[in-house]
Write a protein that binds this ligand. Structure first.
Ligand SMILES: [Zn+2]
Length: 290
């Protein structure tokens, strides 16, 4: 058991958050790229280091594993701040559910101590897709997991979908999500068109796509029997944020908050626990194989 250290770590993370997110949710657009203040690493508390990013971005707290030098998984709660994501009648907001899921996943991984773990946003903050991907690159994330909640006009639509990176969307629904992501890029953020640092050589990109698909399959093996899955739960799409993270990664749609059963499952910690466990097991297995 690591009760003491974990509490220390979480308190430290909260303090970092308070300092870090000041000024981020205020609507200021991405500042011009500030020169190299990236990757200053220093002790912020027991079991945790803080990686300072560019001036426009928040520092990110990385919770250490039991054994030093383990790979880092970056968990990205979708939406946040001025971007609530899907909001369903009755009040559930996607941005709150993605954050709760990500925090529970971080807690589960930190307690086991097999991997290093970080969140792109520890609280309710507005983050551009480019900022999320930049965090993955700056901390050298070995794996990037973006968490979202689905919605559909058909209230019967239900279950978990995992998207891995590909050049072409596998279905019309996948294509629709990609379009929605790009619309958000236009509305909420200024995507720096010249941000070529987020692009890889073709060969490296093929490797990134293959590793992304391998993680999606690994996750689905753990998810089967634990959580309800879509009929074809592994989909492919060209998400900006997955491409620019420069690390293997997936986007998990944890269920449909437009569906009563899924909304009830995703609306409580107990209901989310099987999904959190499936993700944690897949992440640990994936990073152990590196
Ligand atoms: Zn979303």
């Amino acid at each position: 058991m690591r009760r003491g250290p974990i509490i220390t770590v979480l308190v430290a993370a909260a303090l970092v958050a308070v300092v870090a997110w000041r000024g981020l949710g205020t609507g200021a657009p991405d500042a011009p790229a500030a020169p190299a203040r990236e990757r200053m690493v220093g002790e912020a508390g027991r079991g945790e280091v803080t990686v300072a990013l560019r001036d426009a971005q928040a520092p990110v707290a990385i919770i250490e594993a039991r054994v030093p030098g383990r790979p880092i998984v970056l968990i990205d709660p979708g939406h946040g701040g001025r971007d609530p994501g899907t909001v369903v009648p009755g009040g559930l907001k996607e941005k709150d559910l993605t954050l709760a899921t990500a925090q529970e996943l971080r807690e589960r991984l930190a307690e086991a101590g097999r991997v290093r773990v970080a969140l792109t946003r520890p609280g309710d903050a507005t983050l551009s897709l480019e900022q999320r991907a930049a965090v993955a690159r700056a901390i050298g994330a070995a794996l990037y997991v973006s968490i979202h909640m689905d919605s559909a006009p058909n209230p019967q639509a239900t279950g978990v979908t995992v998207y891995s990176l590909a050049d072409v969307a596998s279905t019309e629904e996948a294509a629709r999500l990609v379009r929605a992501e790009r619309e958000r890029v236009g509305q909420v953020v200024t995507l720096e068109d010249n941000a070529v640092e987020g692009l890889l050589t073709d060969l490296a990109l093929r490797d990134q796509m293959a590793a992304s698909a391998a993680f999606a399959r690994r996750f689905l093996r753990r998810a089967e029997g634990r959580v309800p899955l879509r009929p074809t739960p592994h989909q492919f799409a060209d998400f900006v944020v997955l491409r620019r993270a420069q690390s293997p990664g997936v986007l998990v749609e944890a269920g449909y908050i437009s569906n009563d059963a899924d909304a009830a499952r995703l609306g409580s910690k107990e209901g989310r626990a099987p999904l959190v466990e499936a993700l944690a097991l897949a992440i640990e297995a994936d990073l152990a194989s590196r």
